[in-house]
Design a protein around this ligand. Structure first.
Ligand code: HEM
Length: 163
């Protein structure tokens, strides 16, 4: 009888050992194809990177839409988890749904330093080196803390009608 049981036990042992070893070393890198034309979030909740015009971005102010997005140096970040800062009653609510680049560079959250949805995208060309440095530091904070959900792009309709 032993001549049957011993090989079976040995096989089970080897099979379990293989599973344990492989599970510990398995890394799966998944590359996700992103279609910039598709909108914000899929049914499964996964984020899709897309383009936002200033007008579209302005909806994500934590009031009209619950999510809060902010643009910094051309990238759009989902800052919803910083609602205490950017939500309707937060100290930096002026940034919500807007390009905050100039405000961050100038260390100001005043509306005069935040572009409106109906203004051209700020090219930031007039910033001094110090302001640029300040903006770069803030950008590092946003990159580290919040997911990037897209790019800020000019509104073609707006450019045709108003410029
Ligand atoms: C009266 C002066 C100010 C005080 C006392 C103040 C205080 C604070 C505090 C306590 C935090 C949280 C820091 C942390 O989480 O570790 C913070 C974050 C922040 N502050 Fe201020 N702040 C002031 C002025 C400003 C100004 C003028 C700006 C405009 C650029 C600004 C923009 C921000 C931003 C963007 C954050 C990061 C929020 C985040 O984590 O998403 N603050 N501030």
């Amino acid at each position: 009888m032993d001549y049957i049981v011993i090989p079976i036990v040995l096989l089970i042992f080897l099979y379990s050992l293989k599973n344990i070893l492989l599970n510990n070393v398995r890394h799966v890198d998944v590359e996700v194809e992103i279609d910039p034309e598709k909108s914000g979030e899929q049914d499964d909740g996964a984020t899709v990177i897309r383009d936002f015009t200033p007008r579209e971005l302005s909806n994500y102010n934590g009031f009209d839409l619950e999510k809060i997005y902010i643009a910094v140096k051309g990238n759009v970040y989902d800052v919803s988890k910083g609602r205490q800062f950017y939500g309707p009653s937060g100290p930096y609510s002026n940034f919500a749904g807007h390009d905050a680049s100039r405000g961050l560079a100038l260390n100001s959250f005043e509306t005069e330093h935040v572009r409106g949805w109906n203004e051209p995208i700020d090219d930031l060309k007039d910033l001094t080196d110090i302001e640029r440095e300040s903006l770069d530091k803030w950008e590092g904070m946003f990159k580290g803390k919040y997911p990037c959900v897209g790019k800020l792009v000019a509104d073609p309709d707006f450019t045709e009608k108003h410029v």
